[in-house]
Ligand binder design. Structure first.
Ligand code: MSP
Length: 528
């Protein structure tokens, strides 16, 4: 047996100042598809998500709502962020909150180590801060305000005024890591992906790195600096450490050795934190840098990054209540090139739901199972050996090639291309059934062996599709798996080795099948 490959995958941890919108859900789904794929492939997978609860943004929201920040965070985590995971079917292995004791203790240990090793010093600081980003803004992201903010400097992302902050802070000597970071990007060209993100990061670091302010004194909602409790830790420095505190840093060396390093999925707006600051922090602590940092694009509504603060936010359940979680997952993974921006529209969602999920995949499954029921008493027919015709061979070979290519695409974080490859098999099977016309073959008793061969091929195709689509549309794939009778002979769908999904003949002839409910029912969308 080859050794199981370690695969630790993370999402960013989400600010709890507000409830999630579909932009957040997009990040979660993408990571979940990757995690489910790797888990089904037998990799030693660990999928972490969670919430980012300290800092000024949360403190201000809580204060505005008249509650203490921890109480606010508890409320949002329980009422909004954890329920989101059910709404869109997320299979995380762990959920970290930055207010967890394990996290706070790990952060204190990490900081103390950096301090003891001479990577931290005290200094004065004055700069423009964006509370939305929780970041001192670089010049390139400071623009002139418009409308109500005319004459003020605003953040290019949030279009809200920046605040001039002047404090005594502790600084992390990040500038000392500039050369090592550049060497890292050079030696490992796939460390930051996609290539456009890598280029942006390299250009940023080449301009010269400044030291990073890592503490604040003007408020106290944060993790105290261990050697000076009049300061709290800068929220990003705190937040980035979740990836190691959740996996045993400072508390469980064995677990940490097993999980670390991670693959980080992040939105492009937080790429610099993950591809510059985070590896520099790890280098300073003598830890391995992440395996990959992948930056995806934004969901745009009306051409702008969708966000609650700009009132363009759409709640995930507005979509799932009508279309279901599978359609949500499929749509965003299929319609948007992972790594690029993409626009959301109800029309596009409805059109793809109907054409691809209902008519393309759902219909294929119900037709084939209905024919097995009608012509073969609901069992997988036996295809006689040596009777394979070119059309059958083409399907078999396509299944093999699609499974291999989809796996390669997932490995390269190209989720949309993996799904497109799998859909070649959906389309080819629909074409095959249409051409072979099993309903005509059924009229001629002499054609019975051919009818069996055709339905055998189509059924094996569905078996492969259930396995390959399970990470993307787990609910529908599981229904199909049960209806195929596969559960009884091959075991749970999640245990099927996805890298072997294209090997033919896994579902034995004679397997008893069950009725399949409509996978993607027709939806009346006039109201949207
Ligand atoms: N708390 C920080 C991350 C700390 S990670 C150590 C944060 N939180 S966030 O809640 O603002 O954003 C979390 C993720 O949601 C980011 O990856 C961000 O890119 C993503 N998205 C927020 N709005 C989005 C869109 N409109 N489109 C796609 N993703 C978006 O940043």
């Amino acid at each position: 047996m080859p050794e199981r490959q370690q695969f630790f995958l993370t999402t960013p941890i989400f600010y709890v100042n507000d409830a999630p919108h579909i932009g957040h859900a997009y990040t979660e789904v993408a990571a979940d598809v990757l995690a489910r794929w790797h888990r089904q492939a037998g990799d030693d997978t660990w999928f972490l998500t969670g919430t980012d609860e300290h800092g000024q943004k949360i403190l201000r929201t809580a204060t505005a709502n008249g509650v203490a920040p921890k109480e606010w965070a508890d409320r949002l985590v329980e009422s909004a962020w954890k329920p989101l995971l059910d709404t869109i079917d997320i299979s995380n292995d762990d959920f970290i909150r930055t207010t967890d004791a394990r996290h706070e203790e790990g952060v204190a240990k990490f900081l103390q180590k950096l301090y003891d090793d001479g990577h931290v010093y005290a200094g004065e600081f004055e700069a423009l801060y964006c509370v939305g980003c929780e970041e001192f803004k670089p010049k390139s992201e400071i623009v002139d305000g418009e409308g109500a903010f005319e004459g003020e400097k605003v953040c290019a992302i949030h279009s809200k005024p920046l605040e001039l902050l002047q404090e005594k802070n502790y600084f992390f000597k990040m500038s000392a890591f500039q050369d090592r970071l550049l060497a890292l990007y050079e030696e490992r060209p796939d460390f930051v992906q996609p290539a456009s993100a890598r280029n942006e990061v390299v250009a940023f670091v080449q301009q010269g790195l400044e030291d990073l302010s890592i503490s604040r004194t003007s408020f106290d909602w944060g993790i105290p600096i261990p050697w000076d409790s009049s300061h709290v830790t800068y929220v990003w420095f705190d937040a980035l450490l979740n990836y190691v505190t959740a996996t045993g840093y400072g508390s469980n060396a064995e677990e940490f050795a097993r999980r670390w390093p991670a693959n980080h999925i992040v939105g492009k707006d937080i790429l610099r934190f993950h591809a510059v600051i985070w590896p520099a922090m790890l280098m300073a602590a003598g830890l391995e840098v992440p395996e990959h940092v992948f930056a995806h694009g934004w969901l745009l509504v009306g051409g702008e990054k969708m966000s609650k603060s700009k009132l363009t936010g759409i709640a995930p359940n507005e979509i799932t209540d009508t279309f279901g979680s599978d359609a949500f997952r499929y749509y965003f993974m299929r319609a948007i090139s992972f790594g690029h921006d993409g626009s959301f529209s109800w029309e596009d969602l409805s059109a793809r739901y109907q054409a691809e999920l209902a008519n393309g995949f759902g219909n294929l499954a119900s037709r084939v199972l209905a024919m097995n029921a009608k012509y073969f008493d609901g069992v997988v027919p036996e295809a006689s050996a040596g009777a394979e015709q070119p059309a059958d061979i083409a399907i078999r070979e396509l299944a093999e090639s699609v499974a291999r290519r989809a796996d390669e695409k997932i490995d390269a974080f190209a989720i949309h291309e993996a799904i497109a490859a799998i859909w070649e098999l959906v389309d080819a099977l629909n074409g095959y059934v249409q051409e072979q016309q099993p309903w005509s073959l059924a009229k001629d008793p002499e054609q019975r062996p051919r009818l069996a061969a055709v339905l055998y091929t189509a059924t094996e195709g569905l078996r492969a599709l259930a396995e390959l689509l399970s990470p993307v549309i787990p609910v529908a794939a599981a229904k199909l798996w049960t209806a195929l009778g596969a559960e009884a002979v091959l075991g749970a769908l999640a245990d099927q080795p996805i890298r072997e999904a294209g090997s033919w003949g896994r579902l034995p002839a004679g397997t008893a099948q069950q009725r399949l409910d409509v996978l993607f029912p027709r939806i009346e969308t006039e109201s949207k």
